[in-house]
Each structure stands twice: as structure tokens, then as C-alpha cells.
Design a protein around this ligand. Structure first.
Ligand SMILES: [Zn+2]
Length: 219
């Protein structure tokens, strides 16, 4: 079932790893089928270099396994993906990574401001990438922590953990957003370092909205 979506998961999970967004089996990916409401999600414990469409697990909105051809379990972060879909019925794909520069700010629980205009593409209504409250990995508390930030952003940091991005249209776009988060985090890190730790200038929210008006979530 849902073969096309499973193939997308395999393709873009590997692409995300190849561009350095998630290594050592960290990170997970999912896509929701609009018709059935079922969700294809990466399995736990499978090296993405060898992952095949048959390894992808299909779950429902209650986290019950509907299909697992190889008998694999869904990612331990499945509850977080489900919370994202529940909070944002418009969302088609969810991506979770542990990319290094973004994770460094997540460790500090420090939102990333709009130092470059790419941030507008992330649908961040307040002009910064927010930080969700801390919750243990795999816990319901972590899942619940992403709900409120997602109402005003398509990308957020998970306190002391990583990055979560969503997209209305495709998994490819959600991965691209995760790549933007990492690039903006890296630029912000260098700007802080070159500026003696002082905050760099940020772009006005109005300019961000003009640049990518259709991406800004009303919040
Ligand atoms: Zn994680």
C-alpha cells in the first residue's frame, strides 16, 4: 500500500543524510496520505543507505501499525510526527533531523532570528525559528511540545534535541526547509562569533512577508 509515498521516504531520507542533516541513524521522516489519513514513516534501526520501500512502516493517527512488511517498528519519534499532523491538518510531510549548528542553538534553547531572508521560506510568523519546550525523546511530552510552535511556523528547534520541519506539499520541500534551518543556524553562529557574541542585525518581519508571502503562516 502507498508505494509511491514509501519510495519518496526512501529517496528523501537518504538525500537528507547525504547532505549532512542527519547522521548515525538519527532523524526520521514521514508523509501523510490525504485520502486515507494513513502515515508512512521511517522504521527504527535501519541504515538509510540500505533502506528500501518495503522497510517503511504505515501507521494510523492513533500510532497503530497498519502495515509493516518487514516486521519493523516505526521510529520512536512517531508520536511527535502524529502531533504535528494533528496540530496542522494542512501538512503533508514531516522531517526531523539532528543537524549540528541548529542542534547547538537547540541545546542553548535559543531561537534563531531572521539574519538572512531564507528564514521567510520557513513560514515563521514571528520572524524567528522558535524553540519547543523540552521533552524526553520519544515521549508524549515531546510530541505535545511541537503543537503550539507549529501553529506559527513550519520549522522549529526541539530543546536539547534537534529540528522539526513540515510542508504542505511535499517531503522534498520539508527536507529543503531542514537544510535552510541548518544553513541559517550556521550563518547565525558565525555572525555571533565574528561579532564578539553580540546579536547581529535582523531583517524586518514586513520584508520577510513580502519576500515569500504565501509561506507565512498566520499566527
Ligand atoms: Zn530525534
Amino acid at each position: 500500500m502507498l508505494e509511491e509515498l514509501k519510495e519518496q521516504i526512501v529517496e528523501f531520507a537518504l538525500a537528507a543524510e547525504t547532505i549532512g542533516l542527519c547522521r548515525h541513524r538519527s532523524g526520521n521522516f514521514s508523509v501523510r496520505d490525504e485520502k486515507s489519513g494513513l502515515i508512512c514513516v521511517t522504521p527504527t534501526g535501519v541504515d538509510r543507505r540500505f533502506m528500501r520501500p518495503v522497510d517503511v512502516v504505515v501507521i494510523n493517527a492513533q500510532a497503530e501499525v497498519i502495515e509493516s512488511i518487514m516486521g519493523l517498528r516505526p521510529t520512536s519519534e512517531a508520536l511527535m510526527h502524529l502531533a504535528a499532523y494533528e496540530a496542522r491538518p494542512d501538512v503533508h510531510a514531516v522531517v526531523h533531523t539532528h543537524s549540528k549548528f541548529a542542534l547547538s542553538f537547540a541545546v542553548l534553547r535559543k531561537p534563531i532570528p531572521a539574519v538572512v531572508s531564507e528564514l521567510a521560506y520557513l513560514g515563521c510568523s514571528k520572524g524567528l525559528i522558535p524553540v519547543a519546550a523540552y521533552g524526553r525523546q520519544g515521549s508524549q511530552k515531546l510530541a505535545d511540545s511541537v503543537r503550539a510552535p507549529l501553529l506559527g511556523a513550519d520549522a522549529l528547534l526541539l530543546a536539547s534535541h534537534g529540528v522539526l520541519t513540515v510542508d504542505k506539499y511535499s517531503l522534498e520541500e520539508a527536507v529543503l526547509k531542514a537544510a535552510y534551518v541548518e544553513e541559517i543556524a550556521e550563518v547565525y553562529y558565525h555572525a555571533l562569533a565574528m561579532n564578539g557574541g553580540k546579536e547581529p542585525p535582523t531583517l524586518p518581519l514586513a520584508d520577510l512577508k513580502m519576500q515569500y508571502p504565501e509561506q507565512i503562516v498566520q499566527g
